[in-house]
Ligand binder design. Structure first.
Ligand SMILES: NC(=O)c1ccc[n+]([C@@H]2O[C@H](COP(=O)([O-])OP(=O)(O)OC[C@H]3O[C@@H](n4cnc5c(N)ncnc54)[C@H](OP(=O)(O)O)[C@@H]3O)[C@@H](O)[C@H]2O)c1
Length: 318
């Protein structure tokens, strides 16, 4: 894995034809995009929240003028779903206003914008895989702020790709895999919701998708719009937790050995969650030839990437 230098920073590689600017570069997807793009030989300029705040339109203009990227990939987000309920202003400031700022700046500089969105723009009432035609109807503040962002990106920047993804996980950041690992190590049993259905999605696979799209657009394909991508295989949070437990079962530090089902009602999360957000990913396959990858293989990579010490350290994290 290529280590990222302190932010903001850039690595301009010889013969690199494609230069991308990445926001939210310390996040799960942002970091994965930077690492993969560098491996692919692209020129990458990346910024974390401290060095590029999406609320600051003038700053975005300045950085686009300075770095002149060919593409902007917006991975920045206020993405803690439960916290958004208590802090709606923050969620809208980053997710809605921030995305609108990036979109209008991209339009001003005639730069295509690739923007990350979420399966939580849907209400989960339909128990069939959701394609891009299904109207958004979010049930929580996070989903509302991301849905509003989508509308403003479409409005402000014609050259856009909105990529809605499923439940993101990686070997760092705030995600269900790392939270579950912490629970596994300190409890005899773990609890997980079994009445919400979705598709876990490995952050590195989202990076692969974004950069495959960048390459195709760079070759002249003109297919702006909204696309769905998630890991292959439907799961509940309970099923996902069982897969995590199975993947670490061989570790001597494992304590928990059972996942117990909990209903959404009993879980009592601050933010309501849609019950069914399985994404139909046939449009991205038909347009770009991008196939879903099994999230289980990403999960094994994450578990294998953590040392025993890191797995043990997860015990002290919460
Ligand atoms: N996580 C999921 O399960 C999930 C599921 C579906 C869709 N998505 C979407 O996928 C995208 C990326 O998710 P992720 O899991 O990679 O998120 P993440 O790990 O939370 O990364 C988001 C990054 O955005 C940064 N950020 C926050 N406020 C900012 C601001 N005002 N200006 C610039 N940067 C700011 C954060 O920096 P700080 O950490 O310093 O605040 C963070 O590093 C988001 O659009 C999210 O909505 C996520």
């Amino acid at each position: 894995m290529i280590p990222l230098a302190p932010y903001p920073n850039s690595l301009i590689q010889a013969n690199a034809l494609i230069k991308i600017l990445v926001t939210g570069a310390k996040g799960q997807v942002g970091a994965a995009v930077c690492q993969r793009a560098l491996k692919m030989g692209m020129s990458v300029v990346w910024f974390d929240a401290k060095h590029l705040d999406l609320s600051d339109l003038a700053q975005i203009h300045t950085l686009l003028a300075k770095h002149k990227p060919k593409f902007v990939i917006n991975c920045a987000s206020y993405s803690v779903v439960d916290l958004a309920e208590a802090n709606p202003e923050d969620a809208y400031r980053v997710n809605q206003d921030g995305a609108a700022n990036v979109a209008s700046a991209c339009a001003d500089f005639d730069v295509p914008m690739l923007h990350l969105s979420t399966d939580y723009v849907f209400d989960g009432a339909q128990h069939l895989p959701l394609n891009e035609q299904v109207p958004a109807n979010p049930v929580n503040i996070f989903g509302h702020s991301k849905s509003a962002a989508e509308e403003l990106v479409r409005e402000n920047c014609k050259q856009h790709i909105i990529l809605r993804v499923g439940w993101i996980f990686s070997s760092s950041g705030n995600n269900f895999v790392l939270r579950t690992l912490r629970q596994i190590r300190r409890q005899e049993q773990i609890e997980a919701v079994d009445d919400q259905f979705g598709c876990p999605t490995y952050a590195a696979d989202v990076a692969r998708v974004f950069l495959a799209i960048v390459q195709q657009i760079d070759c002249g394909i003109d297919v702006w719009g909204t696309y769905h991508y998630s890991g292959a295989e439907v799961a509940t949070w309970k099923g996902f937790a069982e897969a995590i437990l199975a993947a670490v079962k061989q570790q001597p530090t494992t304590i928990a050995n059972k996942v117990v089902a909990v209903s959404s009602e009993d879980w009592q999360a601050p933010a309501p969650r849609p019950a069914f957000t399985v994404l139909d990913c046939s449009k991205i396959l038909g347009t770009f030839g991008i196939r879903q990858r099994p999230w289980r293989s990403g999960l094994v990579k994450v578990i294998n990437s953590l040392t025993t010490d890191e797995l043990m350290a997860a015990n002290q994290g919460e």
